[in-house]
Design a protein around this ligand. Structure first.
Ligand SMILES: [Zn+2]
Length: 246
């Protein structure tokens, strides 16, 4: 399982080799599609990725998950989609989440044909959105060892400096979960640095996902200018799209 660099019509994005091999339409995009102009962004998704519709969430840093078969046109207040890849009524619909430093995650059960697309910021991770998403996929008939977890580009520990308050939350989580000291929060001369994608990996392992079925992007949205970054660009930063389509 690994990330692959792809490009269509001048738009760069990342995919997962095993998802591609299974015919799953998906992408982790960077700056190539700018959803600040939502209509134009949607049109680009339609034309490049042959999706008839892009559904997005009103993201609220929660552990709330919605099922993709819901009402067309609505923008549910939630941070993850769970979808059935075999629901032919949903054919051509892309389910997306947007991020700028938060962690985009795609979790799939290719055997049973279910998947989740998750927006995981630090608050959502503390609220346990990763575990909730995995639990929902398992409840649909799978088993955790069938799941594959792809953790996309996000603020990485090279740059993601956090305050004492956030450090305390994650140090407590690491202690409670008996995760190795220093894997989650790193103390350097310049400050405290959080490894959020590592937390996503560790939480997935806790839920029964095999280490070999988890891949973590090494792209850091703060120091890699191919991505939008809230930290680097402030409130005016764009958002990158991550989607799966049916
Ligand atoms: Zn960095």
């Amino acid at each position: 399982m690994k990330f692959c660099e792809r490009e269509i019509g001048g738009v760069k994005f990342l995919t997962i080799d095993s998802f591609e091999a299974a015919g799953l339409k998906h992408a982790f995009l960077g700056r190539g599609i700018d959803l600040r102009d939502l209509e134009r962004g949607r049109e680009t998704v339609r034309s490049l990725f042959k999706a008839r519709e892009l559904r997005l969430l009103e993201q609220v840093h929660s552990a709330t998950i919605v099922h993709g078969a819901g009402k067309v046109g609505s923008r549910p207040r939630a941070d993850a989609w769970v979808v059935s890849f075999r629901d032919t009524k949903l054919s051509g619909i892309a389910y997306g989440i947007t991020t700028a430093d938060c962690v985009p995650v795609i979790i799939v059960d290719l055997k049973h044909g279910f998947g989740a697309v998750v927006h995981a910021g630090w608050r959502g991770i503390v609220a346990r959105i990763i575990e909730e998403s995995i639990a929902q996929l398992v409840s649909l008939g799978g088993i955790a060892t069938d799941l594959q977890v792809a953790v996309g580009p996000s603020a990485q520990s090279c740059c993601y400096c956090v305050g004492e308050d956030v450090r305390a939350v994650f140090s407590e989580m690491a202690a409670n979960e008996r995760w190795p000291d220093g894997e989650v929060v790193m103390k350097r001369e310049q400050g405290l640095f959080l490894n959020l994608s590592q937390v996503v990996r560790l939480q997935s392992v806790n839920m029964g996902v095999s280490e070999s079925q988890i891949v973590v992007s090494t792209h850091c949205t703060i120091c890699n200018h191919d991505f939008f970054s809230y930290r680097r660009e402030g409130a005016r930063a764009g958002r990158q799209l991550t989607y799966v389509a049916i």
